[in-house]
Design a binder for this molecule. Sequence first.
Ligand SMILES: Nc1ncnc2c1ncn2[C@@H]1O[C@H](COP(=O)(O)OP(=O)(O)OP(=O)(O)O)[C@@H](O)[C@H]1O
Ligand SMILES: [Mg+2]
Length: 408
Amino acid sequence: MIDINRLQKTSGIIGNTEAIQEVLEMIVQVGPVDITVLITGESGTGKEKVAKAIHKSSKRTHEPLIIVNCGAIPEGIIESELFGHKKGAFTGAGDDRKGYFEAANKGTVFLDEIGETPLETQVKLLRVLENGEFIHVGDSKTLYTDVRIIAATNKNLESLVKKGDFRQDLYYRLKTVSIHVPALRQRVEDLSLFVERFALEFTRTNDIVYRGFMPEAIRLMKQYNWPGNVRELKNFVESILVLEKGERVTSEMVERKLRPSLDTALQNPHLPVLVDQSPERVENELILRQLFLLRQDVELIRKIMNEQARGNDTLHYINESVQDVPVTMEIDSQADTLIRPDAIGDMTLEDLEKEAIKRTLKFFNKNRRAAARSLGMSERTLYRKINDYGLERKIKRKYEKQSQEDKK
Ligand SMILES: Nc1ncnc2c1ncn2[C@@H]1O[C@H](COP(=O)(O)OP(=O)(O)OP(=O)(O)O)[C@@H](O)[C@H]1O
Ligand SMILES: [Mg+2]
């Protein structure tokens, strides 16, 4: 059996706090045993890293690990993706196709965001979990696969069961062995370790001089809530190093960069600071911020158009109105509508939605999961809308990306 120190080295899972040491102990214990594991924890806490470490410490380590993001595959094709299909099973099914479960035979399937799986598919998952049986879409022959399943979710599956959105039998089957990955704010003692590691890796690969973080900077970072957990911290460290061009990072620099996240709505001093708030609250405020920004833009466009209609010098007006923005766009907490009545008639819901999606994605550094949550839509819906609005090139299957990475 491998020990925790070795596991930390091979898996790259950082952390000395008891919380993370318990996670590592669990991996050491359950890794080599061929059982299903459910990994829970907020977004960005390292669930995928844990899943990979489990696979690595199992007997299946030399066999494939296929990562499936259940939340991102459109409902219409999820079964064919997972279980494969027979030629002619549906329009476009020109050939027989193997699904992930077949492709992963002898290896592991990591079902990420299992809570997003449609109910009808859950029955079929349960069957694979219990005895490895599955059927190609459009066929009736029972096939067998030998896979180990690791599932992950940042949702509370128990409450999904109560709402009728998740099958109870599948939930019970999954939760027998579960590993909870704690939020970063519950293990801030590890923050400096993370910062050092991420900073060193980043500066080394990008040839940037690294002069370290001041202790006060670290202290300030420990006070922040980190709703995006380790992922957010990693992005933060990398971007501050770029922005500050390799200078030693001071608490002022950290404060300057954290401020937009700490304050809401464009440094409005009347709005609360986010430190020590629940992730839900933080998210709500981020959404508000996006809406305010959006309202500003609608307002600005509206003004320009009005001026144009009156035949004024538009360029001159743009300059003026840009300067005007903070004054005319003051957030009026008393207002009961976000869109001013005079903007009505010039915009469609689609315009607003497209803009909101674009900005939210930008705000969350293209992290679709965080963006979807902040916009109050499922990741699947967000993926569809990104495609519909042509906001990004077609989304690649995560599994394809993974296998390409594995080949490298
Ligand atoms: N303990 C850790 N040590 C080192 N890096 C970590 C650790 N935890 C997370 N990371 C890094 O943070 C990022 C997010 O981790 P990961 O993708 O595993 O999170 P997740 O819980 O699966 O998130 P999501 O729910 O959004 O899918 C990755 O870059 C990962 O390498
Ligand atoms: Mg993940």
